[in-house]
Design a protein around this ligand. Structure first.
Ligand code: C2E
Ligand code: CA
Ligand code: CA
Ligand code: CA
Length: 280
């Protein structure tokens, strides 16, 4: 028993070692990708649940360096955070979004559209971040109202007054804010009014196995009812079946995204969707 315990220890030790090596490799590749512009953006359409008209899209980052094949942002964003590269990466994403919005005229042609961009918790700690956003909006002549920034609910655990101030300043500029992965964190519903946000995105895990009467349905009902009383817009993410979509529509959720509606698309395909207009 003693012997096998020792082997098990060695086994875990090797697993830890391998994890560290993989993280180092990813961080090296990310650094290289930043220098060689080996990133690209995908656009996941978001739909009005009632009319199924396109309401906008969520921007999702991809690293196109060949050695990153099969490694998505779920894995590399945390590495970027750990190795101090996330701000640079997020800034690249944001500027790229401004650039494409300016050159396509998407916001002018579809005044109610919103393009959602994920930001890391690091940005909330940066008191200069609102100024950076203001400058970019001016430089690219894009209305902030067209852009929504998504912050992950779990990251709000140790949010302080200065973070709230940053969020408030961003919102005062006219950008919209969304709480991403809502329901997975520890935000007490009665604390929600502290956060200056416009939208709640109901986490994929609640939508995934959603059917009437199940425990996820109870959670979704609770989220929709609190959103209703605070007048937050609601988005269901990860809708994979017609049944989920129908149920969410009955429950009064505003918007939906997910593989049932569309996978993330390249920009050229996103702008070809019915109802999406750009400059010709
Ligand atoms: P997220 O913000 O929750 O984004 C949604 C993720 O769920 C995306 O994965 C999307 O492809 C996936 N998804 C959406 N609908 C469905 C569905 O119906 N079924 C399934 N199985 N999956 C669905 P992706 O692109 O791998 O992104 C993972 C996470 O990486 C994102 O989660 C977000 O937290 C982060 N991320 C992505 N792009 C950026 C970025 O530019 N900056 C930052 N800071 N984080 C990013
Ligand atoms: Ca998101
Ligand atoms: Ca999410
Ligand atoms: Ca997520």
């Amino acid at each position: 028993a003693k012997q096998s315990g020792k082997n098990q220890y060695k086994f875990f030790d090797r697993q830890v070692q391998e994890k560290i090596m993989l993280k180092r490799k990813i961080s090296t590749t990310l650094r290289y990708a930043l220098n060689t512009h080996a990133f690209t953006l995908m656009y996941m359409p978001i739909y009005h649940i009632e009319s199924l008209e396109v309401a906008g899209a969520e921007v999702l980052l991809r690293c196109i360096d060949p050695s990153m094949e099969g490694i998505g942002p779920d894995q590399f964003i945390s590495v970027a955070e750990e190795f101090g590269m996330i701000k640079e990466i997020d800034l690249w994403v944001i500027e790229e979004v401004f650039r494409i919005l300016q050159s396509s005229g998407l916001c002018e042609s579809n005044p109610d559209f919103r393009i959602s961009v994920n930001i890391s918790a690091e940005e909330m700690n940066d008191i200069h971040f609102p100024d950076v956003l203001a400058k970019l909006a001016q430089q690219y002549a894009v209305s902030p109202a067209c852009i929504e920034l998504e912050i992950t609910e779990t990251r709000l655990v140790d949010i302080d007054a200065s973070n709230i101030d940053v969020l408030q300043r961003i919102r005062a500029l006219g950008f919209r804010l969304a709480l991403d992965d809502f329901g997975t964190g520890y935000t007490a519903f009665n604390q929600l009014y502290h956060y200056p946000v416009d939208q709640l995105k109901i986490d994929r895990s609640f939508i995934n196995e959603l059917h009437e009467g199940c425990k996820h349905a109870v959670m979704v009902d609770a989220i929709l009812s609190i959103a209703n009383s605070y007048q937050y817009e609601t988005v269901a993410e990860g809708v994979e079946t017609q049944d989920q979509l129908t149920l969410l529509r009955e429950k009064g959720c505003d918007l939906a995204q997910g593989y049932f509606l569309s996978k993330p698309l390249k920009w050229v395909h996103f702008v070809e969707l019915p109802g999406v207009k750009i400059y010709e």
